[in-house]
Ligand binder design. Sequence first.
Ligand SMILES: [Zn+2]
Ligand SMILES: [Zn+2]
Length: 483
Amino acid sequence: MSDDKSKELPRSEAKAPQDPGRREVLKGLATGAAAAGTAGLAAGTAEAHPGSGPLGADLKNPYGGRPAGGISLPEYFRPTKYMTGSNANYFPLSEELGPDEMRISFCGSTPFPPREDQAGTCIMVELGNGKRFFFDFGTGCVRNIIGMQVPGQLINDIFISHLHVDHYADVPYIFPFRAWSGGYTPLRIHGPSGRTPELGTKAMVDGMKQMLRWHLEAFDVFPIGDGYEIEVNEFDFRKEGGVVYDQDGVTVRSWPRSHAKDGAVGYRLDWNGLSFVWTGDGRPDELSREYGKGVDVFVTEMSGQDIGQLMTYKYGIPQQLFNYTIDTHHTSHYAVGKLFADARPRLGMVTHFTQDDDIDAEMLAGIRAHYDGLFEWGIDVAVVNVTKEAIWYRKAVLPGKSGSVPPFRELAKAAEAGRITLPEEVTLPNPRLTRADQQDQKYRDMEIDPKEYYPEDVFRAPNGDWPENFTIKVADVIGPREK
Ligand SMILES: [Zn+2]
Ligand SMILES: [Zn+2]
């Protein structure tokens, strides 16, 4: 990085320069390890690793040493002033986000295969102004989002980086259930165009609605309102740093990525002097490096683990297929390190990879060959709090067996902050269809007489008709229930 370039990046300037000695030592270590590993495998021997010898005498802490400090993390890596709960773990609902704070939660982190501990890629970004965004929405992420105590009804503003299904698989899942559970407002989906209209986000949404047609009609016996409306913000994937979202002081920019097919983008969110980058999938490229410069949190994918033979042993995926996938679509661990080293974020993170303890040390060695700044793994369910003064990383502790949290608490808070006005009463939308509209009477006649299973003293005749213009008093569902 040249001198005048670093002038554009106040945060990088403030930082101690990288110590070339340490970088060289790390690079040497990584190269040595990689070379030794390759040689060992090629020869098929069980010989001991020859090692790389003692560390160089010029090894120094890249953040600036403190005598007898024994600390190898930057000063700003500390809990933010708003953390009133545990600094060790994040317990959802146990602390309020500060007005100038950003919280980034990894609600999924793998492309394939999904595992008990890794859902499909999804990054939730919450801001101190009450806004919440989702960057990608992969397989199984809804379970973690609900676990993070986010009301399903309030899930909105999903930014899709590209239309590989590992990045939006849970959209068709949340869409009808959000509406059923009281999300009567339109769902907002943001995503890139494709080369042709039928390859863009809007066409995907149209196709999804067709795929869900049976389900959507079936749920039309419930109050749905505008919950089936999807507002698609499809933007030109070719935009280079163009603003694709600009509301309430939040801007989101996008740029095209090289991902084997036109229509993949990276995103950068800026708000109140804080910034976040999600590269989406793609080969390491110059625009990601450019728009990632000096950001607070730079998250890149790292599906290219570059250890194809281990993928063969573990997952039965031929090495050639794995390597070809990396070379045409993805970012290897060495490339991650290069991107971070050039962009100099306050925190560099990787996600969208299969987390394996035995491989991750090698991955980190590759990243460290180039980058000596703050680094954390973007795996389920990592939570990062960011202010101008501090960045902190925790794992969330999710209740295993709770249901979805009701939206009332969050709505009451938004009303208190003057962001919304709560009405005294809410009349639920009337269902658009009845069972009779879409079900033959003979199938209802087949139902077992309830008198056969309800005890006489608790008998309640099933009511198959939704009351028209059913109204609830908001005070009955918000706030203390005792009168
Ligand atoms: Zn992917
Ligand atoms: Zn992809």
